[in-house]
Ligand binder design. Structure first.
Ligand code: ADP
Length: 450
């Protein structure tokens, strides 16, 4: 209503003046006055229309003209409209920019396809996974760019619940899971997710289950077989049945050993199981391990100990004992009779090194990096014969990693092996005198002890 008051007021005023003129000076004067006003209004309108036309030609750069009266009102409304449009355009641009940033940050490959399966847009990750480029490939038919048969079948199926698992066409090491999502009018969003790590974990899990089942099958079959034999032949001579029982016991122990190792590994892997730190007297532990080696060897090897340091280690005694014990038992098991085994504890550049050197069969270079994998064995039957589970070095690696330590293997076929557990300086505490608190080098201490 605000628009009408002024023009109607002006019109009423003009008519009033015309009426007064008519009454005072006759109708010619009144008509002349009205004609003059009409001519003024037309000229003004023409001028304002010209200004409006000029502004409409370039509304982005020029602000709407200024005027009084109804034209002023019209221009003001136009300016408001222009401002609102400008605001919503910048809001749209902001939203678009945000979307672009988000799409760039998304780790999955994303491609928008129109109804004819032409690429309308794709994000940077789609280049990494599918070799697509937003600028180069926009408008191209995706079928011509990705021609692998399973992908074409997947597109044909138009089954939005299906996922296609395939190798990336640009990098065979990457496994992708692709999905089509319908949206808008007849459009589709193709999403490609990198599931390489998931696949790897899944393969590891499958391998692990297969390995454990395989390891358990032999002893279970043996024990089952003997139980059946004993059940079918109750009158078996005592010596025979004794032999069967011994073998059954042997295989049962092997299963027990395997389960113990599996439980140890799973305990080490569980995050809740935090490391308990305590001072570990390494010279004492090394002597205990030497005794253990002698009892395992039963006189078949010459076993010696070299203590070049009295340093204490900060760590979990039980875990360290089990890890170093594994290295010692491996040396005994893989060194033929008459061989030599040396255990040593020393400091080197501040680090603490516990090593087990044997004169055994040695290991070819290609096996060394894989020794700490679960169930990895160079010679399966040799490992089984000696009661191995294939998990010993996997446990060693876990324990050492938990202590910030590393395993070093030096070996060559026929030349024996040295397995060294190298502990970081931060875990080593050199021996110091109980009286003065001063660090005493190992040699001096040994000499003082006589
Ligand atoms: P296992 O229970 O089979 O001994 P480990 O994980 O302890 O399992 O060791 C993995 C493999 O590494 C063994 O099967 C063996 O082939 C090899 N190995 C380990 N220690 C030695 C060694 N001192 N000398 C030769 N080979 C070794």
């Amino acid at each position: 209503m605000g628009f009408w008051w002024r023009p109607l007021g002006v019109l009423a005023g003009v008519l009033l003046v015309a009426l007064i003129l008519w009454a005072g000076s006759g109708w010619v004067a009144a008509l002349g006055f009205l004609a003059g006003i009409q001519a003024f209004v037309m000229l003004r309108r023409l001028w304002q229309e010209y200004r409006l036309a000029r502004w409409l030609e370039n509304p982005e750069e020029v602000t709407p003209p200024n005027a009084m009266g109804t034209w002023g009102d019209i221009f003001y409304r136009l300016e408001k409209l222009q401002r609102r449009q400008r605001d919503s355009r910048s809001e749209l641009a902001n939203a678009l920019e945000q979307f672009e940033h988000a799409a760039q940050a998304v780790p999955d490959g994303m491609v928008i396809l129109n109804g004819s399966e032409q690429i309308e847009w794709c994000n940077p990750a789609s280049r990494k996974y599918m070799g697509l480029d937003s600028e180069r490939d926009s408008g191209q038919f995706i079928r011509y760019l990705m021609r692998q048969a399973p992908f074409l079948e997947f597109l044909d199926a138009v089954d939005y619940s299906r996922r296609l698992v395939c190798k990336s066409p640009v990098n065979r090491e990457i496994t992708l899971s692709m999905q089509l999502i319908p949206f808008g009018e007849n459009k589709k969003l193709l999403v490609a997710r990198d599931i390489t790590d998931l696949e790897r974990v899944d393969a590891m899990r499958r391998d692990f289950i297969a390995n454990v089942s395989h390891e358990l099958r032999t002893p279970l079959t043996v024990v089952g077989g003997f139980v059946e034999t004993l059940a079918d032949a109750p009158d078996l001579p005592a010596t025979e049945s004794r032999r069967y029982f011994d073998l059954m016991l042997d295989h049962t122990r092997r299963m027990q050993h395997l389960l113990d190792d599996l439980l140890t590994l799973s305990r080490l892997e569980s995050e809740e199981h935090s490391l308990k730190d305590e001072p570990v007297n390494m010279p004492e532990l090394a002597r205990a391990l030497q005794t253990e080696a002698e009892s395992l060897s039963r006189g078949r090897h010459r076993i010696s100990l070299r203590l070049d340091s009295s340093a204490t280690l900060r760590g979990n005694l039980q875990e360290i004992r089990s890890a170093l014990g594994n290295l010692v038992s491996n040396a005994v098991r893989y060194t033929p009779e008459g061989g030599e085994i040396t255990l040593a504890w020393r400091e080197r550049d501040g680090e603490g090194v516990f090593s087990v050197t044997d004169s055994g069969e040695g290991i070819a270079a290609e096996h060394i990096p894989r020794l700490t994998e679960r169930f990895y064995r160079i010679d399966r039957s040799r490992s089984r014969e000696t009661g191995g589970t294939g998990l010993g070095l996997a446990i060693v690696k876990h324990v050492l990693t938990r202590h910030g330590a590393r395993l070093d293997v030096q070996s060559a076929p026929g030349k024996g092996s040295t397995f060294s557990a190298i502990f970081p300086a931060s875990r080593i505490q050199p021996y110091s005198s109980p009286e003065s608190g001063k660090v005493i080098p190992f040699r001096e201490r040994e000499q003082a002890a006589g």
